[in-house]
Design a protein around this ligand. Structure first.
Ligand code: FAD
Length: 457
């Protein structure tokens, strides 16, 4: 039994199917995909309502290839706006050219020295935690200070530390002083210079992310998926599990199985009753994992405006900005070839305080504030905006608050990830702040269940 048919649930069902193990996905909403949802406009243009891209280390990329889905790749780094100044992307992935476009020689040297230290720490993290080994004391220590403090201790030139902050905060939808240094190092790894290259490439699914969840769904049989079924109670019995499901918000039914995986985001777990009760440690882990905020604004812009975000005829987007406009993606060409004269589609991902500040405002206000912020970056663009669509996520992705003594690598996080009898908890919110966490947890759990195959008879 798999509760929730987002990327995690679908990955588990797909992996179990490959191993010849039958699973039933029970999904509360009328559609599968969860926080993966591509929406299309009247003229066929598509945009992502939630998740956008997959970085190379994300095992989702391997799955996308296995499912034969077409992908578009891009470099890890972006144009950045630091302390009010814009630094257009340059270098086509070449480290020195990119850095030279932002930093002077002294700043570059400081960045590279810090990069070496961060990469060493990440490598240690990889060789221990990711291999199922305990953290060495020097890494455990990094769960006790904030990522901001970790950076500030090195007394880096201001522009370098700002670059780190502006690069990392949009990834986690939360400010860098709210998370532990170790969690920050895990995030910043995407952008480091490593023996494998300068930052990790990122991938988009051509035609939209829904193609991914559709391809996974197509590998299952139709009777493996129940939509409009909200799981309200999970009971473990001597031989299996019994779930109560509210179908179409009207009718309770009971379904039974051998094991159950709950993949709903951590902030929804409390809406399910568990018998026997969850361990006190699991509840503590659940209650002290918090969610960062995003708002996504899609602006449809007249084609002639494109020159405003171009330099020498080339678009300088994607751009990370420390402004109310957040991160700005030009998704015009992403979903299948550009047509001359077609409107541009700019997606703004407002993160952390920029999202929180507008969270309870009417959408008209969100649109006006975002348009104003975009216009501050690209003067004149506002008058070319034809329409907007807005998606608001007060609880978008997980973070582990330092003020509650948490880190995604701490004992409580490990406790939540370990099964309680026949019950597993998975999903991105048990691992990190991305779809990477969804697929990592999906792969780990399916592997574990396969190893317990005898108990499934
Ligand atoms: C705005 C936004 C942008 C993002 N951008 C990126 C990005 O660019 N790159 C990236 O890697 N990640 C990104 N993410 C994160 C990514 O979307 C998630 O990591 C991933 O989709 C999580 O998948 P999941 O299956 O773990 O959870 P979900 O997709 O949330 O799936 C859980 C499912 O459980 C269902 N459910 C809940 N309660 C019940 C119940 N009681 N009974 C039955 N079903 C239930 C829900 O309806 C949902 O379908 C973004 C997220 C947001 C919100």
């Amino acid at each position: 039994m798999i509760v929730g048919a987002g990327l995690t649930g679908l990955t588990i069902a797909y992996e179990l199917k490959k191993a010849g193990i039958d699973a039933l996905l029970i999904e509360a909403s009328p559609r599968v995909g969860g926080r993966i949802q591509t929406v299309s406009f009247a003229d066929g243009v598509t945009a992502e309502a939630h998740m956008e891209e997959y970085f190379a280390r994300n095992p989702a990329v391997k799955l996308l290839k296995e499912l034969d889905l077409p992908v578009l790749d891009d470099v890890a780094h972006s144009t950045v706006r630091l302390e009010g100044k814009l630094y257009p992307y340059q270098g086509e992935g070449a480290r020195d050219e990119y850095l030279a476009g932002i930093f002077n020689a002294e700043e570059r040297a400081a960045f590279l020295k810090w990069n070496e230290k961060a990469w060493k720490l990440y490598s240690q993290l990889h060789a221990t935690h990711y291999e199922g080994k305990p953290l060495p004391p020097e890494l455990a220590e990094l769960m006790r200070i904030s990522f901001a403090e970790f950076i500030n201790r090195d007394k880096l030139p201001r522009k370098v530390s700002e670059w780190i902050r502006v690069t990392v905060e949009p990834e986690m939808a939360i400010e860098w002083d709210k998370i532990s240094a170790l969690d920050g190092i895990d995030e910043v790894r995407l952008f480091l210079d490593t023996p494998e290259g300068f930052g990790e490439k990122n991938y988009h699914v051509k035609g939209g992310n829904t193609r991914f969840t559709e391809a996974l769904t197509a590998r299952l049989s139709p009777d493996q998926i129940m939509t409009e079924g909200r799981v309200t109670a999970i009971e473990q019995t001597a031989t299996g599990v019994k779930l109560r499901v509210l179908q179409k918000e009207r009718q309770y039914i009971e379904v039974t199985g051998r094991m159950v995986v709950v993949t709903v985001p951590v902030n929804h777990i409390g809406r399910i009753q568990f018998s026997p009760a969850l361990s006190a440690e699991k509840w503590k882990a659940i209650n002290t994992t918090k969610m960062g905020s995003y708002i996504k604004v899609h602006f449809r812009v007249a084609p002639e405006a494109a020159a405003l975000w171009q330099e020498k005829g080339e678009s300088i987007l994607t751009m990370l900005s420390d402004t109310q406009a957040g991160s700005i993606y030009d998704v015009t060409d992403l979903q299948g070839g550009s047509e001359k004269g077609r409107d541009a589609l700019l997606t703004l991902l407002l993160h952390a305080r920029f999202a929180r500040d507008l969270m309870n405002q009417p959408l008209d206000e969100v649109r006006e504030k975002s348009a104003e912020a975009l216009d501050n970056l690209f003067p004149g663009v506002r008058k070319h905006i034809k329409s907007s669509e807005i998606f608001v996520y007060p609880q978008a992705v997980a973070y582990w608050p330092l003020e509650l003594g948490r880190s995604r690598f701490d004992a409580l996080a490990n406790e939540l990830r370990s099964p309680q009898g026949r019950l597993y908890f998975g999903g991105d919110t048990t691992v990190d702040s991305h779809s990477e966490g969804a697929v990592v947890s999906g792969l780990n759990i399916s592997k574990h269940i396969i190893s317990r195959r005898a108990e499934l008879q």
